[in-house]
Write a protein that binds this ligand. Structure first.
Ligand SMILES: Cc1cc2nc3c(=O)[nH]c(=O)nc-3n(C[C@H](O)[C@H](O)[C@H](O)COP(=O)(O)OP(=O)(O)OC[C@H]3O[C@@H](n4cnc5c(N)ncnc54)[C@H](O)[C@@H]3O)c2cc1C
Length: 381
């Protein structure tokens, strides 16, 4: 694998960086404070084609691949992690499985509207009682003629209140365990019985919308099953392999911001008559961050490259997510430390990075779950 970016990817990176610097970064503190993203962020991400990076050209995307999406995600998250998670769901968690498992009719119906940003997407797997143990979900899908009726509750759903299209996982037969789970494409419009609860008040990524969902006799046409009935859990995990690369990219982006801001502050801030950057204790922190960033970027791009090449990448995606998320948290802690008291208040963005970094160790599989996935892979004969 060649980690030198192709000309196409380099240009994409430049474009993403420009958007991040000019539009996302200046609005990030306000989005955090007001707990909502400006509509302009969504519009600009759509205009730049960032929702269509996994979508084939005939359905309105560019199909540049997971490496392209990872590069864009690193730049976007460097500026605003709330925007980053929104892009990750819209650009990967829904179009990824739709492209792979969708019928021609499903692709034709949804992919162009996802790429253009016309419909907001959400991925609804987690439930109040089933997070890490997602194979035990209790939301039911009962077949009634040519439709299914969905009943249950989903928790922590990113973009759940705004979404026009939700990928909902439900069980058609609990006695089959995870093999009874099916994935459904649920359109909000016309779906009576689908309602969003309160918006969660979060530690970080506060600009992103996170809600609980209630499903009461939500009617879904049988043709909206994504993939095969009973194959939903497999589809969910396969999708999360891709999503985890996205969260690893998010963590790498936050890490990059921590390093960049720390370098600037360490050069400017003087103590004992010289910039603190000249103190070895500070230099070591900066060096550690630089090493972590380099390693995280490589792990992200390697996992993305394997996924794009159609090669096994479950272990690599988990390794990338585990390493990058823990590295981002180390870096955020040290970035606050380097800023001293200034890092502990909202005048400097490192305070936000510190809060935003934490989620990368939790969603799309906690660090504990990543270690379980990696152990399973390396212990396999
Ligand atoms: C901001 C936010 C956005 C989210 N967005 C979405 C979304 O869009 N869609 C969606 O479906 N979900 C979403 N989630 C849910 C997220 O994926 C879950 O929170 C996560 O998988 C953990 O589940 P849990 O919170 O129920 O924790 P639990 O599973 O209850 O875990 C609690 C603790 O126990 C540990 N633990 C659990 N099982 C094991 C084990 N076997 N071995 C060792 N340790 C274990 C965990 O690592 C953790 O430390 C989101 C969550 C948040 C906070």
């Amino acid at each position: 694998m060649d980690l030198e970016l192709t000309e196409e990817l380099r240009l994409l990176q430049e474009a993403a960086r420009e958007l991040a610097e000019d539009v996302l970064k200046p609005a990030a503190a306000r989005a955090d404070r007001e707990e909502r993203l400006p509509a302009e962020h969504w519009r600009r991400l759509a205009e730049m084609g960032f929702f269509g990076l996994l979508i084939p050209e005939e359905h309105g995307g560019t199909a540049l691949g997971n490496d392209a999406l990872s590069i864009v995600l690193m730049e976007v998250n460097r500026a605003c992690a709330s925007t980053g998670v929104t892009l990750s769901v819209q650009g990967s968690l829904i179009p990824g499985p739709l492209v792979k498992h969708g019928t021609e009719e499903q692709k034709r119906r949804y992919l162009p509207r996802i790429a253009s940003g016309e419909i907001v997407c959400a991925y609804a797997l987690t439930e109040p009682e089933h997070g890490s143990d997602a194979g035990a979900i209790e939301t039911t899908a009962t077949r009634k003629g040519d439709r299914y009726l969905l009943n249950g509750r989903k928790a922590w759903i990113t973009n759940g209140a705004s979404a026009g299209l939700l990928l909902v996982f439900a069980t058609t037969d609990r006695s089959l365990g995870s093999k009874g789970i099916t994935a459904f494409l649920v359109e909000r419009s016309g779906s009576k019985g689908l309602s969003a609860g309160k918006r969660e008040k979060k530690l970080g990524i506060r600009g992103s919308e996170t809600v609980e969902l209630a499903l009461e006799d939500v009617e879904v046409p049988a043709e909206n099953v994504l993939g095969q009935p009973g194959q939903g859990y497999k589809l969910a995990l396969e999708t999360l392999d891709g999503g985890r690369i996205g969260i690893a990219a998010q963590a790498a982006g936050i890490l990059a911001a921590c390093l960049e801001d720390s370098l600037r502050y360490a050069r400017e801030r003087k103590q004992f008559g010289k910039p603190i950057a000249e103190l070895q204790a500070i230099q070591w922190k900066l060096s550690n961050m630089a090493v972590d960033l380099e390693a995280a970027r490589h792990l992200v791009l390697r996992a993305a490259w394997l996924r794009d090449a159609g090669r096994p990448h479950t272990k690599e995606a988990s390794i990338a997510k585990l390493f990058a998320s823990e590295a981002a948290n180390r870096a955020a802690t040290q970035a606050v430390q380097i800023h001293g008291g200034a890092g502990y208040c909202k005048d400097f963005p490192v305070e936000r990075y510190y809060r935003d970094a934490k989620i990368t160790e939790i969603y799309e599989g906690t660090s504990e779950i990543q270690r379980i996935v990696i152990a399973r892979q390396i212990l396999e004969p």
